[in-house]
Design a binder for this molecule. Structure first.
Ligand SMILES: Cc1cc2nc3c(=O)[nH]c(=O)nc-3n(C[C@H](O)[C@H](O)[C@H](O)COP(=O)(O)OP(=O)(O)OC[C@H]3O[C@@H](n4cnc5c(N)ncnc54)[C@H](O)[C@@H]3O)c2cc1C
Length: 410
């Protein structure tokens, strides 16, 4: 593309990271994402010989999984600049959003484990950092069949309604907790993960205010998985249920045992972090849809000239460019603030997430229009980008509910 990236004053390290992520995206992530998307049976996406594993292994080989984990366990948090984090998020999102989410979420339980001073939990975090074979995979298990948006609203004063109490219960017995219940089929990496960061109800009478978080090895007795979910977009991202039948864990696995933290840690910090990451990733998706449209419009000839030369296509492309750059600007600014100012601004995070994902979908849809009939064909990647972007408007909270939640911070 001819337009410049407004990455001002990139350091040598940042340029190297940008180039590395671009190569990884072009050579590994994008082609794998296209092939995985075309598999009719989602079980094939997670099969032992699936190239999903090549993507995870290549990500580990590049050390990208270490960037969010602290130095104390061998990670690189604090050593990587804020702009590098943005370039990684945008760059992998640009290549394939489903795989970007699968790769990003895999560190979730291990980042919690690194926060503990217990040697066993620290050991999990360290083993994850050292694991180049992608044998340790994490997931973030929060959504339940009867509680989706309720989790987004967890920090609202009215969420103490007992009818909003999560279905996964953790009952304390001496030095242990007993876990029972079910997480929904939307848990990303739910079918392949070895560990989960699991949100539970500790005090059901307090509704969403009575929740906590544990880290759960998923090979414990009483744990069962559902089949991989078959869905419209982000098909390379495997998702599935986790069933818990009287699973016993030691007290130390309950990493957030204090329900008084539900409003801040669960209701604020987590959603600010997750939505900031989503906004950057889908800023990359929006840009990829724009670039596909520009490429096609400069190659496709109608009326004896590339369609790019027709006024209506020029105007469409310029409006798409304007939307993409606006979304990327807000997501980058939000990431810059939220990474360095915990708990971050939730109002900015949800606005940036909603803007990026809606922009990605609208721009991809316009890009399909610019492709004419070819836009609907599976020979071109643009229909896939549009389906992937559609899923993002529900992913990690529907945009409507996220914005309603953000309104509490105005
Ligand atoms: C691609 C993808 C990846 C995901 N990854 C994960 C993951 O890794 N881990 C995980 O746990 N979950 C994950 N999810 C689940 C996701 O967070 C939920 O789907 C989302 O929060 C919405 O919940 P729901 O699907 O139950 O919809 P519901 O909550 O049932 O909402 C249905 C409709 O009602 C509206 N609505 C609901 N409540 C309110 C309200 N209080 N006020 C106004 N309107 C309301 C919503 O906007 C929506 O239009 C993922 C989802 C997707 C699509």
């Amino acid at each position: 593309m001819n337009y410049p990236d407004l990455d001002i004053n990139l350091t040598e390290d940042e340029t190297a990271i940008k180039d590395m992520v671009q190569r990884f995206g072009e050579e590994v992530v994008r082609p794998a994402g296209i092939r995985l998307d075309k598999l009719a049976d989602p079980a094939d996406v997670i099969a032992a010989d699936s190239e999903l594993w090549d993507v995870h292994r290549a990500y580990r080989e590049l050390g990208l999984h270490k960037f969010r984990l602290p130095k104390s366990v061998g990670g690189m948090a604090g050593e990587v600049s804020m702009l590098s984090s943005i370039l990684i998020g945008e760059g992998i999102g640009y290549a394939d959003s489903g795989l970007a989410i699968s790769l990003a979420v895999t560190g979730s339980p291990f980042a919690y484990a690194a926060m503990s001073d217990d040697p066993e939990l620290q050991g999990w975090a360290r083993a994850y950092v050292e694991d180049k074979n992608a044998e340790m995979i994490g997931c973030w298990a929060i959504t339940e069949p009867d509680h989706g948006s309720d989790w987004i609203m967890a920090g609202e004063p009215t969420s103490n309604n007992p009818r909003m109490a999560p279905g996964v219960r953790a009952i304390k017995q001496g030095d242990e907790y007993i876990l029972t219940g079910q997480k929904s089929s939307w848990v990303s990496n739910g079918t392949i993960s070895t560990h989960a960061s699991l949100h539970v109800s500790l005090e059901p009478e307090q509704g969403m205010h009575g929740t906590g978080i544990c880290i759960l090895p998923l090979d414990l007795p009483g744990i069962r998985r559902g089949p991989p979910l078959d869905k419209l977009g982000q098909r390379a991202l495997n998702q599935g249920e986790i069933f818990l039948d009287e699973v016993t864990i030691p007290r130390k696995y309950m990493i957030v045992p204090d329900t008084s933290q539900a409003n801040t840690i669960i209701g604020e910090n987590i959603w600010a972090g997750a939505n900031t990451g989503m906004s950057v990733t889908f800023g990359g998706v929006a840009k990829s849809a724009l670039d596909e449209a520009i490429k096609y419009a400069s190659e496709r000839v109608q009326g004896g000239v590339p369609i790019m030369e027709h006024q209506n296509i020029k105007l469409k492309l310029m409006k798409m460019f304007q939307m993409v750059e606006a979304a990327r600007s807000l997501s980058r600014r939000t990431m810059a603030y939220n990474l360095n100012n915990p708990p971050g601004s939730l109002a900015h995070a949800v606005s940036a997430k909603a803007l990026s994902t809606e922009t990605a979908f609208l721009v991809a849809s316009e890009a399909v229009q610019i492709h004419g009939g070819n836009g609907l064909s599976k020979e071109y990647v643009i229909e896939k980008i549009m389906r992937d972007a559609r899923a993002s408007m529900i992913e990690d909270g529907t945009n409507e509910v996220l914005l309603l939640r953000g309104a509490a911070f105005l």
